[in-house]
Design a protein around this ligand. Structure first.
Ligand code: AMP
Ligand code: MN
Ligand code: MN
Ligand code: MN
Length: 275
């Protein structure tokens, strides 16, 4: 059993990179990739712990990509070579994220909520403050009933406190991932909010920008639909990966090492990464 999509406290997960590795070992995984949002600082920590514990580790990242509809997330998997260009670009992304976070705080204050950036930062373990941390704050303050409710009413497009995030282009992201020796893989493809046929056409177009593959199996989708994506990938020379999108034990339906309908993730999904 393996997992190729996970988060640590360096973005919006609840386990530190080394604790994530310990947890993966305890769950019986043989390999894991860390894919924090717009952040690669957890990778060396996880790598060191993985060497100590004897589990195979793949450094990774999850990048926000410009998209006209839905949300487009790109996984950079096995970014094991020099990642200095990526690191520098991500520093820029972090700066923009900080500006966006201040704008969200302003909207909340304008709505009469007594909140500071420090309040939100105290809910985030690492350098990345994401909308998930705003959601947790709104729940603590009894303004929202759940993460889902917080996103629906306040933090998603159309929500009271929504501020869009600046994103990279696919070509730029792919180039940086390739320069770091990694594979560029579309995460949870249905977040692009396209029907199956349009999604397939879209993904074929992405191949021209250097896309390597798709995360056909994700916790949020049913197994049959995921199998169709896998078949599409096979027919079109794309690699296939599978992941849980684990953020810690708190989020239901996102169990480490499990995907699509709680199916254990087979080691065969490493093949594409190593090809
Ligand atoms: P950000 O990178 O600040 O835009 O925040 C994105 C993060 O918020 C995602 O990685 C998820 O962890 C979380 N998120 C986004 N949309 C939702 C949603 N509809 N329900 C629950 N969590 C969400
Ligand atoms: Mn997240
Ligand atoms: Mn994502
Ligand atoms: Mn993710």
């Amino acid at each position: 059993m393996i997992d190729l999509h996970t988060h640590s406290t360096h973005s919006d997960g609840t386990l530190s990179p080394d604790k994530l590795i310990d947890y993966a070992c305890n769950q019986g995984l043989s390999a894991i990739a860390l894919t924090d949002h717009d952040c690669i600082s957890g990778n060396p920590i996880a790598k060191k712990q993985a060497e100590k514990r004897g589990i195979r580790f793949f450094p990774g990242v999850e990048l926000e990509i410009e998209s006209v509809q839905g949300s487009f997330h790109l996984l950079g998997l096995n970014i094991h070579k020099n990642d200095a260009v990526l690191a520098a670009r991500l520093e820029e992304v972090q700066k923009k994220r900080k500006t966006r976070n201040r704008e969200i705080i302003k909207k909340m204050q304008d709505a009469g909520i007594d909140v500071s950036i420090e309040d939100i930062a105290s809910l985030a373990g690492g350098e990345v403050i994401s909308r998930l941390h705003f959601a947790l704050y709104l729940i603590n303050r009894k303004k929202a009933r759940s993460v889902k409710d917080a996103f629906l009413r306040f933090l998603s497009p159309g929500g009271t406190f929504f501020i869009p995030k600046e994103a990279m282009t696919l070509s730029e992201a792919v180039q940086m991932i390739h320069a770091a020796g990694g594979k560029a893989v579309i995460a949870h493809p249905f977040s692009l909010k396209m029907n199956f046929k349009n999604l397939c056409n879209f993904i074929s177009g992405c191949k021209e920008s250097g896309l390597d593959g798709i995360e056909a199996y994700h916790s949020e989708y049913g197994f049959t639909l995921c199998s169709r994506l896998e078949q599409f990938a096979a027919d079109n020379g794309l690699i296939v990966t599978a992941g849980s999108d684990f953020h810690g034990e708190g989020i239901k339906n996102r169990k480490l090492g499990k995907t699509a309908g709680q199916t254990p993730i087979d080691d065969r999904f490493l093949d594409g990464l190593l090809s």
